[in-house]
Write a protein that binds this ligand. Structure first.
Ligand SMILES: Cc1cc2nc3c(=O)[nH]c(=O)nc-3n(C[C@H](O)[C@H](O)[C@H](O)COP(=O)(O)OP(=O)(O)OC[C@H]3O[C@@H](n4cnc5c(N)ncnc54)[C@H](O)[C@@H]3O)c2cc1C
Length: 493
């Protein structure tokens, strides 16, 4: 007979949403909290292990942010430009990139609670560092609302949460795979767990599901996302294979978010198939290729196919991977001249794959693109650059092209100064947008719209985003909804 164990609250997963839920529910009165992480300890931590985990949150700017990073020297701090990022800014960003499809109640809740949630992390003992900046005329500019990431990036965040969780007596069980949810569409009662040497049922009054998306499951990618997404490279953790999400739907949870959508960004075409490496200090994934605003991108036929200057990378990168996947062979080439190379912001953080040449013709030959077509693309692009506005990477400078089938809206400089570089890129999937419906207490709703008693969810397993994603809102969503789940599950019975 299968052994039966009991605890107060189960948290499924070992990523950032799981740690935040476990700590919050413990703080709110749950005595015995068990985290079930499928991965062995050395592979644990979900997607945060592969990220610097920047946070975009509502804040009043420069003075308030100082509380998070007191050890930055004052003269450096004084150069940092950190205007307030308001509730309306976050709601507008969420609505614009999701084309208005995001659940309005959940978006408003995220905006209302993000500031409190970040301060809660600070109080819990998470230490912070400033985000990457653009240095222009002695001033340091950030992307809007994105001023902070945990010290040591995602790996640092996980280390700190693990220490905090252990100090609170939270029972973290690695190599513990949830294979069944026990209950029905009205109430959850526990889970069935398989470890390398045991199988048992763990019963609890609440289960908080933080098992991530299905991006590391090629069969589910092909089924839901279509369009050859079974080929794409997985930027994050190999263990995000979606089985718990599937179990929730089978139990009667309501589906939400964009089931044919995912966060897909441009990454080095030479990246490994799964788990792209992070910088040694945890401050960024080495395979990101996000400087495309500084040049042009062409497909393997030598033709441009999207507006590289539509907006800053923060609002475009998560949909650009999909655009590359739709090109012949699912590859493209980011093309820069010396002016672009000198301004690289992201591309210099890793051992990137690229080729260099002193002429555009030689560059085209090196990447195997027809030089005549490539020359035509660059010539027409250069001729279309309208030079009436000064180039300024710190703002939407409006320096665009005119008259092309696909114009570049901002940051258009001619590609005309050697050396030239070409970076082969492909589509890297980060996380999937389809998940379950929750309410503002993070309770999972069933297909009748009622909360499934005892079942909560946070993180990528929640269906929230559509089409695109404003950068650094995944982590904010995690902490907002994990805190809500912890507060409600801690006191509910
Ligand atoms: C390269 C990269 C860079 C990113 N950069 C940022 C950024 O800067 N800012 C930002 O906001 N977001 C960023 N993200 C996205 C963000 O990291 C994720 O959205 C977030 O980490 C998801 O957290 P999660 O806890 O929901 O899921 P995950 O962190 O993916 O954790 C899911 C956990 O569930 C476990 N699990 C799965 N199935 C089972 C099972 N059957 N039984 C038990 N356990 C199971 C997994 O092992 C894993 O531990 C990035 C992601 C990647 C990959």
């Amino acid at each position: 007979m299968v052994q039966k164990q009991h605890c107060d609250v189960i948290v499924i997963g070992g990523g950032s949403a799981a740690f935040e839920s476990a700590v919050a529910v413990r703080q709110n009165g749950a005595g015995n909290v068990v985290m079930l992480e499928k991965a062995p300890v050395e592979q644990s931590g979900g997607n945060a292990r592969f990220s610097h985990t920047g946070f975009r949150f509502v804040n009043t700017g420069h003075t308030e942010i100082r509380d998070f990073i007191p050890d930055v020297p004052q003269d450096l701090y004084d150069t940092m430009q950190m205007p307030a990022y308001t509730r309306d800014d976050l709601v507008d960003d969420l609505n614009r990139v999701t084309q208005g499809r995001i659940d309005q109640t959940l978006a408003a809740h995220m905006a209302d609670k993000s500031n409190e949630a970040l301060h809660w992390m600070l109080e819990c003992g998470i230490k912070w560092a400033p985000e990457k900046t653009h240095l222009i005329d002695g001033k340091r500019y950030f992307e809007p609302g994105m001023y902070l990431h945990p010290k040591g990036g995602g790996p640092g965040q996980l280390r700190m949460w693990t220490e905090i969780a252990k100090s609170m007596g939270i029972d973290i069980r690695y190599r513990s795979k949830v294979v069944q949810l026990l209950g029905d569409y009205r109430r959850i009662e526990g889970v069935r767990v398989i470890t390398p040497d045991a199988e048992y049922e763990l019963m609890a009054r609440s289960v908080i599901v933080c098992s991530g998306g299905f991006q590391a499951n090629p069969e589910m990618r092909a089924r839901y996302l279509g369009n050859n997404t079974d080929f794409v490279k997985v930027r994050g953790n190999r263990h995000n294979t979606g089985e718990v999400l599937r179990m929730m739907l089978d139990l009667g949870a309501k589906a939400a978010g964009h089931w044919q959508g995912a966060h897909m960004s441009p990454i080095d075409a030479g990246a490994p198939a799964v788990e792209t490496p992070v910088a040694a200090d945890g401050t960024g994934n080495q395979m990101n290729r996000y400087d495309y605003q500084l040049g042009i991108t062409v497909n393997s036929q030598g033709v441009r196919f999207f507006d590289e200057g539509e907006a800053s990378h923060a609002y475009t990168y998560a949909k650009t991977g999909r655009a590359i996947l739709a090109q012949p062979g699912g590859v493209a080439y980011q093309i820069y001249d010396r002016k672009g190379i000198d301004m690289f912001h992201f591309n210099n953080n890793g051992a990137a794959t690229f080729v260099e040449a002193n002429t555009l013709e030689e560059l085209a030959r090196k990447i195997g693109v027809n030089p005549v077509v490539f020359a035509d693309t660059v010539t027409k692009y250069n001729a279309a650059v309208v030079g009436d506005k000064p180039f300024n990477k710190g703002i939407l400078d409006g320096r665009g092209t005119r008259g092309l089938e696909i114009n570049k809206t901002n940051w258009a400089n001619k590609i005309d100064e050697a050396p030239y570089q070409a970076f082969p890129v492909t589509c890297g999937i980060t996380f999937t947008f389809g998940g379950v419906q929750i309410n503002t207490n993070s309770q999972v709703l069933n297909t009748e719209g009622e909360p499934i008693r005892g079942m909560y969810a946070s993180g990528d397993v929640v269906g929230l985003f559509f089409h695109n994603y404003p950068s650094c809102t995944g982590q904010t969503r995690n902490v907002v909804f994990s805190l809500a789940a912890g507060r409600h599950a801690g006191t509910a019975n």
